[in-house]
Design a protein around this ligand. Structure first.
Ligand code: SF4
Length: 219
C-alpha cells in the first residue's frame, strides 16, 4: 500500500495533469446537468448504466419541461419515458424518478436529503449516485467510485482490491482533505483518457512512477 506522502504526490500530479470538470469542456457541465441540486440528483439518476452523451441528451430534453420535483412528480409517465428514452432502462427510470420526487416532496419537505443513508433510500439512487451528491452538492468528503475510478486506484495500488463500496470507503479514508473536492474528477479523467480498461497508456502516464502495475501494463 502507498504511504500518505505517496498518496499526496499522486493527487498532486493528477491535479496538475487534469482539469476539474468546471475547467474543462465536459459536456455534463456545459449542458448544465449539475447547475442546480435538482438537476444534479436527476442527472445522476439518469446516468446509471448510460454513456455521458446519452445522459446529456435525455437530461437536456427533460429540463426543457421540468425544473422542480413538483414538476417531475406531476409529468405524465408516457411523456417522461419519451423524454428520457436515450438512457438505459428508461421505463424503470421513469418509475423511479416519479417515486423519488414523491418521496422528496412527502418525506423531506421538498429538500434533497443530505445523508448517505437517506439518499440511498430514494428510489433509483445507489451508493455511487449518493456519493456524487454528497461530494458535489453537500461538499462532504465522499469520493464516488465508478468502474473507471475503481480500476485506476486498484492498478496504482492506492487501495486494496474490493467491491466499489469498499474502494469508496478506503479512498475516502486515504485522500487528503485538500483533494477530496475534485479527486473523483481527476481519477475518472485519468481512467478514461490514460489508464483505460484495455489499453492503458503507461508510457505517457503522469503517475507511472507510483504505479504498482506499470511494468506489466507496458509490456
Ligand atoms: S502506469 Fe499504466 S497502469 Fe499504472 S496508472 Fe498509469 S496508465 Fe494505469
Amino acid at each position: 500500500m502507498k504511504k500518505p506522502t505517496e498518496i499526496e504526490q499522486i493527487y498532486d500530479r493528477l491535479s496538475s495533469s487534469y482539469g476539474t470538470f468546471e475547467e474543462s469542456d465536459d459536456e455534463w457541465m456545459t449542458n448544465g446537468l449539475s447547475s442546480t441540486p435538482f438537476k444534479s440528483l436527476v442527472s445522476v439518476a439518469l446516468s446509471t448504466m448510460t454513456s455521458s452523451p446519452r445522459t446529456v441528451k435525455a437530461a437536456v430534453a427533460l429540463y426543457e419541461k421540468v425544473s422542480t420535483f413538483e414538476d417531475l412528480a406531476e409529468i405524465d409517465d408516457a411523456e417522461l419515458t419519451e423524454l428520457i428514452r436515450s438512457v438505459a432502462h428508461y421505463n424503470r427510470k421513469t418509475r423511479s424518478l416519479k417515486a423519488m420526487s414523491r418521496m422528496i416532496l412527502d418525506e423531506h419537505a421538498g429538500q434533497i436529503p443530505s445523508t448517505r443513508e437517506e439518499l440511498m433510500a430514494l428510489p433509483g439512487i445507489g451508493r455511487k449516485c449518493a456519493d456524487i451528491m454528497l461530494n458535489f452538492v453537500f461538499e462532504s468528503p465522499s469520493i464516488a467510485v465508478d468502474t473507471h475510478v475503481k480500476r485506476v486506484v486498484q492498478r496504482i495500488g492506492m487501495v486494496e482490491p474490493g467491491t466499489a463500496e469498499q474502494v469508496a470507503d478506503a479512498l475516502a479514508t486515504i485522500t487528503p482533505p485538500q483533494y477530496t473536492a475534485h479527486a473523483h474528477e481527476w481519477l475518472i479523467q485519468h481512467g478514461m483518457q490514460t489508464c483505460t480498461a484495455h489499453a492503458p497508456r503507461c508510457e505517457e502516464c503522469p503517475v507511472r512512477e507510483w504505479c504498482d502495475n506499470v511494468h506489466e501494463r507496458s509490456a
